[in-house]
Ligand binder design. Structure first.
Ligand code: ADP
Length: 725
């Protein structure tokens, strides 16, 4: 009997003390108020329990047992309410709570009726054990067991959902403490139903308020130092309390009461000072934790940005539109770790939006399989559809949702979207508008394996930057695409022109040859005597025809070059011999202009052999030497040849009009003639040097010119590969 009396007093003491401590910390807090209610209920229950046990007659035992049952009634109710507040779910249970409090007061009003406790009677060595009424059974099942187990379930659920390890630890302690207290309290009920188990667990009821008080103080009380101090002071308190209960004389009682007051007050002071110290430490810990998390955030951001940089660099390297869009959506999953990306582009008239490319991976494969039509057939209509993809473009703002249907439906039906979301495990999506030069050109839908609540602002910022970069890259690519198209058109035109030149030249050559033939026969007198006057005129016709033939030949060469039909046949060529021949042929031209045309070859270079096409190399020499004569009005033209380490170098030096720096740049291009030469030298087409260059390229050789400037003469050099021995 003494044990049970002692346990109830210890319970009352601990609960009362904790209730006082918590409420004094912050009495405005609802959780604290509820805790105080709980503690008072425990105190009320325990004190009446003690009085009931000490009762000498049935009447007073009945009254006290009814009173302690009222305390027992409110313990689970305050506990449940406290758990709701603690786990933040109280809003969902608003009406439930009202009903609960209403029931509690119904019970309260009936607590002195026979419905609740019928009477008291002998049970084992307890003379006045109460007998339960019908209401008591309901209280036991619904309130004590039902409500407490449900509270434990709510706690367990918030334990599972919590991501914070500290919070998790607290919940764990609360569950453990409540469970111990609940089981201990439950040992009280066996005797009510004639099961011979004594309420040994009574003392454990103190764990209820203990666990909750720990949670109310959060951090501080979990510190091992504080717990040790608390346990120590608590033991001293209980020891003194027991002494007080056991005291037989009044003097002793007074002494023990004084001692108790002293140890309680000093104990509270000790606990407080230890708490303060721990809190101080916690503050530092908090600060360093915050620093750490800021650091982690920064790291994450840097990582995002470097990935972004690498990614945009990567996609920027290609200019093919299709390849780029594919790279973009694939990079969304490969580089950034998102599940999938879908790129939609706005039509040119701004009325529709088309899915263009989607990440190629297993997830999208599953999704595409579910769709009955091809992806690009699901175009959105700006006027009638209102998807988040469209809204992102219209409002120029990022859109987020946990339902994939919000992004795609319609055009894709909602049921299909739901099926896709289930099959792929997508948890949310983000639609980011893509703009270029202030105009919305499309939207990038990113799908993730996390709900939108778990996507931070930093991450959205990075997505925005990504979309900006994509806008620039897409713009560049589309510009390039336009240039490419224009180029292709130009090339087609060029081919047409080459064909035309080729046909026209062939058609021209035959009549020109005929003209040349007939004029030459006229001059030779084949058609009878001609006067000198006629001969001179016919001579001019002959020369003009000859010039035209040269031009036509040049044109034919060019069309051959451009059609890729230009071939050369290499053989060993003695360069000095070819040059001798060409110089001889052009000697007449030089003489008619009073120029000295000389070929100077050192004896050791006489036999130098190059690997060349005879006719073509002769054409090259003729061309450059003829030019030198043509563009020199007085002085000389000197031709030379020299064997070098890897080539044979032919050179032509003249004292002619020279070449300006500006003209030098385009000298070897098609139809290029130096400024000013057209006036004096009408008989040029600007094709010769172009053909020379092409011929030399085909030989694996080169040609170049040097000049000090206008009026200072020029040198032309032709390098031909040596014939290997
Ligand atoms: P063209 O039929 O006009 O001679 P070419 O292709 O042979 O065409 O030469 C291109 C241009 O190069 C000439 O129009 C002339 O302006 C310049 N050029 C070529 N050879 C010389 C040179 N020896 N001295 C000065 N200018 C030259």
């Amino acid at each position: 009997m003494f044990y049970f009396i002692a346990t109830s007093l210890v319970n009352a003491f601990i609960a009362g003390l904790l209730g006082f401590l918590v409420i004094s910390k912050n009495w405005r807090d609802l959780a604290n108020k509820l805790f105080f209610g709980l503690s008072i209920s425990v105190v009320f229950w325990a004190l009446n329990y003690w009085q009931w046990l000490s009762s000498q007659n049935a009447n007073s035992a009945l009254v006290f047992s009814r009173l302690f049952s009222v305390g027992a009634l409110f313990i689970p109710i305050f506990y449940f309410h406290w758990v709701l507040i603690f786990s933040g779910t109280n809003k969902q249970y608003k009406t439930f709570l009202k009903v609960l409090y209403f029931i509690a007061f119904v019970f309260l009003s009936l607590s002195f009726s026979k419905l609740f406790i019928e009477g008291v009677g002998q049970k084992l060595f307890f003379p006045f054990w109460p007998t339960p009424g019908i209401l008591y059974n309901i209280y036991l099942i619904v309130i004590y067991f039902g409500l407490t187990i449900y509270s434990l379930f709510i706690l367990w659920r918030s334990y599972i959902r919590s991501n914070d390890s500290h919070q998790k630890a607290i919940i764990k302690y609360i569950i453990l403490g409540s469970f111990i207290g609940f089981s201990g309290g439950a040992t009280n009920f066996f005797l009510w139903y004639d099961i011979p188990i004594l309420p040994y667990g009574n003392i454990l009821v103190s764990f209820y308020p203990l666990a909750l008080a720990l949670a109310s103080f959060r951090h501080g009380l979990f510190n091992i130092k504080v717990i040790a101090t608390e346990l120590l002071t608590l033991t001293v308190w209980i020891a003194v309390l027991v002494e007080l209960i056991l005291a037989e004389t009044w003097e002793k009682r007074l002494l023990e009461a004084g001692l108790l007051a002293f140890v309680v007050v000093s104990g509270i002071f000790i606990i407080r000072s230890v708490l303060k110290e721990v809190e101080q430490k916690d503050k530092f810990k908090d600060l360093s934790e915050r620093l750490e998390s800021a650091n982690a955030q920064l790291k994450q951001k840097t990582l995002y940005l470097t990935t972004l940089q690498g990614f945009t660099h990567d996609i920027g390297r290609t200019l093919d539109f299709k390849e780029i869009t594919q790279k973009i959506v694939d990079g969304i999953s490969e580089k950034f770790g998102y599940l999938a990306g879908l790129l939609l582009l706005v039509s040119e008239d701004g009325k529709m939006i088309f899915p263009v490319t989607i990440t190629e991976n297993t997830i999208t494969k599953i999704a595409l399989k579910i769709l009955p039509k091809q992806m690009h057939e699901y175009a959105g209509d700006f006027e009638h559809d209102d998807t988040l993809s469209i809204r992102a473009v219209k409002d120029n703002a990022i859109q987020q949702s946990n339902a994939i249907a919000d992004f795609l439906s319609p055009p894709i039906s909602e049921t299909l979207c739901v099926t896709i979301q289930k099959a792929t495990g997508l948890k949310s999506g983000v639609a980011i508008p893509i703009r270029s030069e202030g105009k919305a050109i499309g939207v990038l839908d990113i799908f993730l394996d996390r709900p939108k609540e778990e996507i931070g602002g930093d991450e959205l910022e990075v997505m925005k930057t990504l979309a900006n970069q994509i806008g620039i890259v897409l713009k560049n690519a589309s510009l390039f695409e336009q240039v490419k198209e224009a180029n292709e058109k130009l090339k087609e035109l060029d081919d047409l022109k080459t064909d035309f030149i080729s046909i026209a030249s062939h058609q021209l050559r035959t009549p020109l040859t005929a003209i040349k033939g007939y004029t030459s026969m006229i001059m030779e007198g084949s058609y009878g005597e001609v006067s000198d006057k006629v001969r001179v005129t016919i001579g001019k016709v002959f020369q003009s025809a000859q010039r035209l033939i040269y031009i036509v030949n040049d044109l034919l060469d060019i069309s051959r070059i451009e059609q890729g039909r230009f071939t050369i046949a290499l053989e060993p060529i003695k360069v000095a011999n070819v040059l001798k021949d060409v110089v001889e042929e052009l000697q007449q031209n030089a003489k008619s202009k009073n120029l000295s045309l000389e070929l100077a070859v050192a004896p050791e270079n006489m036999e130098v052999t190059a690997s060349a096409d005879f006719n073509k190399i002769r054409q090259v020499f003729l061309n450059v030497i003829d030019n030198a004569i043509k563009y020199t009005n007085e002085g000389y033209v000197r031709v030379g040849v020299e064997k070098r380490a890897n080539d044979v170098l032919m050179s032509v030096k003249d004292s002619g009009i020279g070449i300006s720096e500006a003209s030098m740049k385009n000298l070897f291009q098609k139809f290029s003639r130096a400024k000013g030469v057209t006036k004096l030298h009408t008989d040029g087409s600007g094709l010769g040097l172009f053909i020379v260059k092409k011929i030399m390229e085909a030989h694996g050789g080169t040609v170049w010119a040097e000049s000090e400037g206008e009026g200072k003469g020029s040198q032309f050099y032709v390098s031909i590969p040596l014939q290997k021995e």
